[in-house]
Design a protein. Structure first.
Length: 129
């Protein structure tokens, strides 16, 4: 029998802490649980980045994000986070209210919904069934 695996958190970086707080609290409805500072030595040992960085932790009952606040822009990549929301239309309204524009991609007769946060992290959005 295989060991049980469970996701503990997703870590992303942001370039603007205020905008990250807006995205995670106002758009995603999460709570900021804590903040900590990752030392340059530990950052170097783990990520090979010689920088002291503040980290904000946002969560709800089932999901946790560690947001690394840095001036370094994320590189383009295929990484993305897929979130399930209870109401896509209300989610889209919240995004637009705060200046984010969700976008759709047609695929095999259906439509996929995505959003970039203020630091250009990519989120795929699905509606709870």
């Amino acid at each position: 029998m295989a060991d049980s695996v469970q996701l503990h958190h997703v870590a992303l970086q942001c370039t603007d802490r205020t905008q990250a707080q807006l995205f995670f609290t106002k758009i995603l409805g999460m709570t900021q649980e804590k903040t900590f500072t990752l030392s340059a030595a530990l950052s170097q040992a783990i990520f090979d980045i010689d920088e002291t960085v503040d980290v904000d932790v946002y969560c709800n009952a089932t999901t946790r994000f560690e947001i690394f606040c840095t001036s370094q822009m994320p590189r383009l990549a295929y990484q993305h986070v897929c979130l399930v929301v209870s109401d896509k239309d209300r989610f889209i309204e919240r995004c637009r209210h705060y200046g984010l524009e969700p976008f759709t991609i047609p695929k095999s007769g259906r439509t996929l919904l995505f959003i970039h946060d203020f630091s250009r992290n990519v989120y795929e959005i699905k509606e709870q069934q």
